[in-house]
Design a binder for this molecule. Structure first.
Ligand code: PLP
Length: 384
């Protein structure tokens, strides 16, 4: 029967072109991947490009996962996630979220996908910070929504007035990333409070990406949810805090109406977050990571002081593990090409921005790597 549909000796069918969805041409290969491709050609690069911690998953978390496998945590979990992990998360959020207001997601990326799917129609506008984490823009485009950028240059603070002037009757949501990738800046309580008042007037939903919350060096990170609980989707995860990037574990909390819609979309996309990671997530929540945060604060000081000493124009980050200096000469692309020629891997600013004036350094690396990177950056600065 199959032969009548596809005859191996008849090649005529293979001439028909594959037609991809329109959204395929709107999505570009991540600029970070391009840097990784270049990196693959270098023998032992000074790698300050990677967006994940340089420490390993804590032993108790690994053991919990192994035990989980042995004890049968290998099946689908409920769509919204394991009840015991949800209870642990609820507790960590001060029991402010009720039944049905928390779901476990396939890391923060999963949460972002579900939140965007739940909130955006084609043609809707979503406010996105510039610079941004790459996925915000691409997800909006994939759904046919329009990313409207709020420019945070040069200080990378939350530009409340600017945001206010960008709101139209098509604005459905705003993404807030604090601490930010790529700038490392966290937003102040006052600015978040003021923004909450403006969003409330227009009924705009806040999607608050707090994946770097634990890496807050000078003061505890503040969430817009503290001022706008009723219309904020909170997204958090274990990828960065516990170096569990490959385990794909995160969670979302927020108003029931949105969270239940996200759960519905989870059912038909991700199905559930990985069962083994969910078991280990409970142990991760009980594991103290403060030693690493202290180390990363020292690394922040090391890279910031080093850059300032050389003469780079740079804003001191107070969170995450990135710093986003201005290039001393040339565009982000031109300067980073020169860095790569000199064996240093960093990321050009236009990967994260509509501008091309800065570059991102990830200091989630050994101190020696940071120092080697600074040495190259000092040499290239002189070529100004
Ligand atoms: N949000 C931000 C700001 C990020 O930097 C990342 C990863 O780099 C993510 C979300 C996605 O992380 P994950 O899906 O591993 O939780």
């Amino acid at each position: 029967m199959i032969a009548t549909i596809y005859n191996e000796s008849d090649n005529s069918m293979s001439n028909k072109p594959i037609v991809l969805a329109d959204r395929a041409s709107k999505t570009n290969i991540s600029g970070i991947r391009k840097v990784f491709d270049l990196a693959a050609k270098l023998e032992s690069p000074i790698n300050l490009s990677i967006g994940q911690p340089d420490f390993d998953v804590p032993e108790p978390v690994k053991n919990a996962a192994i035990e989980g496998i042995k004890n049968g945590a290998n099946s689908y979990t409920p769509t919204q996630g394991r009840a015991d992990l949800i209870a642990g998360i609820s507790n960590s959020l001060g029991n402010k979220y009720q039944q049905g207001e928390i779901i476990i997601t396939s890391a923060v990326s999963g949460g972002l996908n579900l939140a965007f799917l739940s909130l955006l129609n084609p043609g809707d506008e979503i406010l996105i910070p510039d610079p941004y984490f790459v996925m915000y823009k691409q997800l909006a485009l994939m759904l046919g929504a329009k990313p409207v950028y709020y420019d945070t240059y040069p200080e990378f603070k939350l530009p409340v007035d600017k945001i206010s002037s960008l709101i139209t009757d098509k604005t459905r949501a705003i993404v807030i990333g604090s601490p930010s990738n790529p700038t490392g800046i966290t937003y102040s309580a006052d600015s978040l409070k003021e923004l909450a008042g403006i969003l409330d007037k227009h009924g705009i939903v806040a999607i608050s990406d707090e994946i770097y919350e634990i890496f807050s060096y000078d003061h505890p990170a503040v969430s817009i949810a503290d001022y706008y609980r009723e219309k904020t989707v909170l997204l958090k995860g274990f990828s960065k805090s516990h170096a569990m990037t490959g385990w794909r574990l995160g969670y979302a909390a927020g108003p029931k109406e949105i969270l239940q819609t996200m759960a519905k979309f989870q059912q038909f996309t991700f199905v559930c977050a990985p069962s083994i990671a969910q078991v280990a997530g409970l142990t991760a929540m009980e594991t103290d990571m403060s030693e690493f945060v202290t180390q990363y604060k020292q690394k922040r000081d090391r890279i910031y002081n080093g850059l300032v000493e050389i003469g780079y124009e740079v804003v001191k980050p107070d969170g995450a593990f990135y710093i986003f200096p201005k290039t001393p000469w040339g565009t982000g692309d031109e300067f980073v090409a020169k860095c790569i020629e000199n064996n240093l891997l960093v990321i050009p600013g236009n990967v994260f921005s509509e501008k091309n004036t800065h570059f991102r350094i990830s200091y989630a690396a050994e101190n020696k790597t940071i120092d080697d990177g600074l040495e190259v950056l000092a040499t290239l600065f002189k070529e100004k």
